[in-house]
Design a protein around this ligand. Structure first.
Ligand SMILES: [Zn+2]
Ligand SMILES: [Zn+2]
Length: 212
């Protein structure tokens, strides 16, 4: 499998910033750089990858709070995602960071918003975009069907699902998105989520209490 991935936990929320790279060319992407850029940059150096893109699954500060600064440090590489419905979150990152005791968070405007059915090229692979609102209105899941791999952000976790108790959260939408868009991807599909260990669609279909 030419596509490789490594997780760098960042921020006090232990968010899984994910480094993706092509094994042969070492061209890569950084997914959800919420903060702790020194750790992310150390990971990039250790792998020896050349980041060409930043991807955001949704607009929460632990996922997107470091994106603007990382873009600057990486010579302005483009930021793609999330869906435009999370613009209000990205516009409020600095204020939210201050309120949560995590300074250094910056507002960010992506170079490209993503919508259902869009294709994203990253790390030598092509990902399909699924718009999966509920945890946040603009949450997206990125799927590489050929290599049986997905990045699901905070939509689905091992044994759990994203929280929906924010004013803009919607539990029913989240469950519908998981059942109609993620479960049909197939039991063998491996995914990295925003927090905690990796899992597979099959494991969650069989054991996750929220989607039985
Ligand atoms: Zn979140
Ligand atoms: Zn999160």
């Amino acid at each position: 499998m030419p596509l490789k991935a490594a997780i760098v936990p960042v921020t006090p929320f232990q968010q899984n910033c994910t480094l993706l790279w092509d094994e042969e060319t070492k061209i890569g992407a950084v997914v959800d750089p919420g903060g702790d850029l020194d750790r992310i940059e150390a990971g990039i150096r250790k792998i020896g990858m050349t980041p060409e893109k930043i991807l955001l699954t949704h607009g929460h500060l632990d996922h997107a709070g470091g994106a603007a600064e990382l873009k600057e440090k990486l010579a302005g590489i483009p930021i793609e995602g999330p869906h435009q419905a999370d613009k209000f979150l990205l516009d409020g990152l600095a204020a939210q960071g201050l309120a949560m005791g995590v300074p250094d968070m910056r507002n960010v405007t992506p170079d490209r918003w993503l919508a259902e059915g869009d294709k994203v090229s990253a790390a030598g692979a092509t990902f399909s975009v699924l718009h999966c609102p509920g945890h946040s209105p603009g949450s997206v899941v990125l799927v590489n069907a050929a290599q049986r791999f997905a990045l699901v952000g905070d939509v689905l976790f091992q044994g759990s699902i994203g929280r929906t108790d924010f004013p803009y959260g919607n539990h029913d939408s989240l469950i519908t998105a998981i059942k109609t868009k993620l479960l049909p991807l197939g039991d063998d599909l491996v995914f990295i989520c925003g927090h905690g260990p990796m899992s597979t669609i099959g494991e969650e279909r069989q054991t996750n209490p929220f989607i039985q």
